[in-house]
Design a binder for this molecule. Sequence first.
Ligand code: GAP
Length: 512
Amino acid sequence: MANEDNLFKNVIAHAKEYGFIFPSSEIYDGLSAVYDYGQNGAELKNNIKEYWWKFMTLLHDNIVGIDAAIFMHPTTWKASGHVDAFNDPMIDNRDSKKRYRADQLIEGVIEKLEEKIEKEVEKAAKRFENFDRAMFVTTNARVVEYQKKIDEINARLKDAMGNGDMAAMKQLIDDLEITDPISGTRNWTDVRQFNLMFSTEIGSLADDANKIYLRPETAQGIFVNFLNVQKTGRMKIPFGIAQIGKAFRNEIVARQFIFRMREFEQMEMQFFVKPGEEMKWYEYWKAKRMKWHQTLGLGSDNYRYHDHLNLAHYANAACDIQFNFPMGFRELEGIHSRTDFDLKAHEKYSGKKLQYFDTEDNQSYIPYVVETSVGLDRMFLSVLSKSYVEEKLEDGSERVVLRIPAPLAPHKVAILPLTKKDGLPEKAEAIMNDLKYDLRCFYEEKDAIGKRYRRQDAIGTPYCVTVDHQTLEDDTVTIRDRDSMKQERVKIADVKAKLIDACSINNLLRKI
Ligand code: GAP
């Protein structure tokens, strides 16, 4: 059985062994922070996309979806601020030769202080009956001291980031006596800004005039199409435009599997609202998006909000929905009130009006925008890591099972004839031919049935339908449940409705 420390390693190894995720171009030793999705991974990913896309575009009659190109006119990125401000502060340790994000080193100190506070709280909660957390954290001397330190660091970090003051950043690292986790030394270089956009040239001439970028977010494809969609779709404010697509960032530190990649996918929705109403919609989308996540059933305690202290250049309010990943709580989704920053900037740089005429108020204005932005790969990691369970069974044996929510599972049902003879395979194939239009099926007749069940557990198939000799007599099969491992005998005629009910993404959406 794995402890917390190597659980993440086991999840990564499992993802590779069972066809979920492979390192990119592995035969050439891979490419740092780039991954390929295998046969099971692609299915799981598609199901997550469907859950999101349907939530946005089926459940909201004022949200439509688009699919914009990855390449955009280079001025897009000047207007959006990415050319000038999409930087991360980087620092190198001269001894280990490792590169770090300076802000993350500092945030690491804050996290450690927060952990210390939590430890004090836990200790006190055990000691006192009717423990009052709020009272404790404001009166306990040690906790107050930790909190003071956190506030101080946050304020300095915010200032340094906000002013792009890299010298102040370096000073903070020195003052906090941060050491490199690998070399253990404080032999740091200066902090430098590093732009995260990948660039290439369009056409045959490799000069600066032809330089274009691989989009670092999908959002801009929505902004530049705002009026196209509004006019052709006769959309009335408030309305949203949703999009799923690839984004690219030349991340400085990309070491946590698919959590931080250089090529990844985003599922973003920009919601256009009347100026002044953005905070109402910001709260609305915060609540809605949290409900969408929690409805998956991975455990509501595994999600929490985290308000941004250092607001991005375009936001007047922002928070993350964090998830309890194997390495702790980290950002899963961002919800941002982006004001009219983007549309205004595109108006300025393009010279084209990007205003909405409000027929109710009889006036034109640039709408404000509330954005929800979730990384598809991070969603994948949240589902995979929380579904992965190493179990000791009553008979002393062990199994690894992926308890993936049934509607997201790569295969919904495995059709397994008990033996390869006596007409059982033919009967099983007939059942599969009936089910396969509604449910992704996996057919297998090799090996003992127990082994086959384990293989399905390992790829997260929620149900196994076993065809045995009794099937030939009374047209019944057994359905084995992945999580309880219980089997029930069911009439073949009832199998389809039962499984569709349990595995339907639409049923999941009904619970939101
Ligand atoms: N349009 C706003 C935007 O891009 P962001 O917070 O930079 O905001 C949104 O990114 C989401 O995209 C994040 O919450 C995360 O899930 C995902 N994401 C960002 N960078 C990523 C990376 N390098 N690898 C994987 N996912 C990433």
